[in-house]
Design a protein around this ligand. Structure first.
Ligand code: SAM
Length: 254
């Protein structure tokens, strides 16, 4: 978009009545058209329940409390913080995403009223979500001090990220995680498939666009995680959106 067109677009948006949020049971959530993940998330009540479910996941699995420090990578339109606010309340949370519109939404509808929730746009290249971004380099660092994060959370992010980019993040998470810190992420994982396949044919659904499905062979994914310095705390096959699997990690003691 040219600069002039961008200014016109922004001005029109300011004049038009706001239709970029929905209020459900006292929470502001993004409108259906803005939500990522499977079709079930278009339903307002499902979306809100799933937000609470994600907060409860962190409490049940990682003993997350209001004193925990959470980094939500690929936070989208803030599904996790919406849930945290309902279930736990204020906390030290940071959400980052390569999609600027999502971050703008979160700043406007979450950070403005809850400044302990911070959001930051990362202008990193992702063929699906941010084609204009800069390719991530080895040695990439989040603006976060070493060993200050208790939980790193990535729901449906490594499922749309190249292996190379995932490895850079995994290396950096090791620096920022506290000694007893944990990671939760989801991606597509199967046995008896090639080590990594991008947009596999005849799999769970028809792929639309680049990096729609990034699928790993289980042993291969686990070997990457161990190589990067993590122990696999638990694994649940196919339990998440569109049949993604759930992976829970801690820092390896070796
Ligand atoms: C399917 S959405 C999931 C959003 C959110 N985690 C949720 O569960 O509602 C994937 C998100 O990951 C973001 N993303 C993709 N690659 C990323 C990267 N390398 N770093 C940060 N965010 C990324 C996308 O912009 C998008 O918001």
């Amino acid at each position: 978009m040219t600069r002039k067109a961008d200014i016109i677009f922004r001005t029109i948006r300011k004049i038009l009545p706001r239709n970029d949020y929905v209020e459900v049971s006292g929470s502001i959530i993004p409108p259906a058209k803005r939500r990522w993940c499977g079709a079930e998330f278009k339903n307002d009540n499902f979306y809100l329940k799933s937000a609470e479910g994600e907060a409860n996941r962190l409490i049940d699995r990682f003993q997350c409390t209001q004193d925990s420090r959470v980094l939500d990578v690929g936070c989208g339109q803030g599904r996790l913080p919406i849930g945290i606010l309902r279930v736990l309340g204020e906390m030290d949370y940071m959400g980052v995403d390569v999609d600027r519109r999502s971050i703008d939404w979160c700043k406007h509808y979450i950070e403005r009223d809850h400044p302990s929730f911070k959001f930051k746009h990362l202008n990193l290249y992702n063929e699906r979500y941010n084609k204009g971004g800069v390719k991530i380099k080895d040695g990439f660092r989040f603006e976060v001090e070493s060993k200050t994060v208790d939980i790193v959370y990535l729901f449906s992010v490594f499922s749309h990220t190249t292996e190379e980019d995932m490895r850079v993040y995994l290396k950096e998470f090791l620096r920022i995680l506290a000694d007893k810190g944990n990671i939760f992420f989801t991606t597509f994982v199967e046995e008896d498939v090639p080590n990594i396949t991008i947009n596999p044919e005849n799999y769970r659904m028809k792929c639309v666009g680049p990096l729609h499905i990034v699928r790993y062979k289980k042993d291969y994914l686990f070997s990457i995680l161990e190589e990067c310095g993590y122990s696999i705390q638990s694994f649940a096959h196919g339990t998440e959106t569109d049949g993604q699997s759930a992976v829970y990690l801690s820092k390896s003691n070796d």
